[in-house]
Write a protein that binds this ligand. Structure first.
Ligand code: COA
Length: 388
């Protein structure tokens, strides 16, 4: 297996892009990544594109070919593959690109993610997202994603006595970070009161506990580490790529407030990188709802089960804390164009490791982690990246 490095990254601003199309968003992110790697499009050998539900959101399928075409690669006939794993589509697209380069099969590969979610009315986007759950046992009886995560939050708060205020600190911290990120959908600081007085979406989750509906695209380019210096002075090495699965429906889980696929993928990634949680300088976790961040930091081993509420309220996950979590603003404040999120997480960690994260920079960052979840935890991808 060859060592793999990220040599270029690009991302659109996340938000409601009513004036722009799905393909425009992808082309912008791809062009930014090529420019970052000082690379011409004809050097690209293959593409993997994370996308959850273009069929439902914009009535377009055949995304791999569409993207290759609008990226100007149709006449070169390179392989371009759509990767779908609900909200973990981007994380899995990155993993496929890394595997393609590590195996020696391809040299310069684009891993991208794109989603255009705001062209349908809210009921339709909620229904499309429900496709990430078990349609027969969950969706059919009316469970939505906010509803499913509300069940996890209720179970967790009952078991571990986490307070509503402690949970709200996740959103306050992520909005603080998002306010320092130029691509964030909601670049505004909020207070605990904003969260606690916002509209109830699914008890106990309120509007500010939820990630929004978002349009956006992100792209990264990977290459063999031995060739990386041809393109950039600051290659970022991929130290581990891991993936795990679990039952798709919550009721089949051993414990609904522990994501066993996160535990498994996290352990595999640490083993592969020969590192522990103490070596990680910052982590982008999948905070599709505030409770998801609470579970994630425990399941990845950054704090003990049942303690993440206090850990967060004490500022240990804030910039300057023990382990800064979601310096980008996370899905909550940066936005969550579902197929693009896993790639945006890599984009954020690469910026941090290059020392290019501006007002949200983690001092002396050397090693970072990403954690991308599909559904309520049926698919999880974890990556560890490090400065060379
Ligand atoms: N956080 C903060 N503000 C939000 C927001 C969010 N998640 N979602 C919307 N807003 C704001 C809007 O900007 C708007 O503000 P304005 O009135 O000042 O313009 C206002 O709240 C109402 O927005 P609207 O689009 O009408 O919200 P909505 O009620 O249709 O949707 C949610 C709100 C939370 C239901 C929706 O964002 C949602 O379903 N989120 C979860 C997405 C999801 O499940 N993703 C997959 C996870 S696995």
């Amino acid at each position: 297996m060859r060592d793999v490095a990220v040599i270029g990254v690009g991302c659109t601003k996340f938000g409601e892009h009513w004036e722009r199309s799905f393909r425009d968003l992808f082309v912008e992110a791809g062009a930014l990544a090529l420019e970052d790697a000082k690379l011409a499009g004809e050097k690209i050998d293959a593409m993997y594109v994370g996308n959850m539900s273009a069929g439902r959101f914009i009535e377009q399928e055949h995304i791999g070919a569409l993207i290759a075409d609008y990226a100007g690669m149709a006449s070169r006939h390179i392989p371009s593959t759509r990767v779908e794993a609900a909200c973990a589509s981007g994380g899995l697209a990155f993993r496929q690109a890394v595997i393609a380069v590590a195996s020696g099969m391809e040299d310069i590969v684009v891993a991208a993610g794109v989603e255009k979610m705001t062209d349908v009315e809210p009921g339709a986007s909620t229904d499309a997202l429900t496709g990430a759950a078990d349609r027969e046992w969950e969706g059919f009886v009316g469970a939505t994603f906010p509803g499913l995560y509300a069940m996890i939050a209720t179970d967790y708060m009952h078991k571990y006595k986490m307070t509503r205020e402690q949970l709200a600190h996740v959103a306050v911290k992520n909005h603080y970070n998002g306010a320092r990120n130029p691509i964030a959908q909601f670049p505004t600081e909020i207070t605990l009161d904003t969260v606690l007085k916002s509209t109830v979406v699914a008890e106990p989750l309120r509007l500010f506990d939820c990630s929004p509906i978002t349009d956006g695209a992100a792209a990264v380019i990977v290459a063999p580490l031995e060739r990386a210096k041809e393109f950039t002075d600051t290659p970022i090495k991929v130290l581990a790529t891991a993936q795990a699965s679990d039952s798709i429906a919550l009721h089949d889980r051993r414990d609904i407030s522990t994501l066993d696929a996160t535990v498994a993928a996290g352990q595999r990634a640490f083993r592969m990188a020969k590192l522990t949680h103490k070596d990680i300088d910052m982590v982008e976790v999948h905070d599709c709802f505030s409770i998801a961040e609470i579970c994630a930091i425990e399941d990845l081993g950054f704090c003990k089960k049942g303690t993440a509420g206090k850990f967060t309220a004490d500022g240990e996950t804030a910039l300057g804390g023990k382990i800064p979590v979601n310096t980008s603003g996370g899905l909550k404040a940066c936005g969550h164009p579902v197929g693009a999120t896993g790639i945006k997480q890599v984009y954020e960690i690469v910026q941090q490791l290059r020392g290019e994260a501006g007002k949200r920079q983690v001092d002396g960052a050397k090693i970072g982690m990403t954690h991308n979840v599909g559904g309520t935890g049926a698919t999880v991808a974890v990556h560890i990246l490090g400065r060379v």
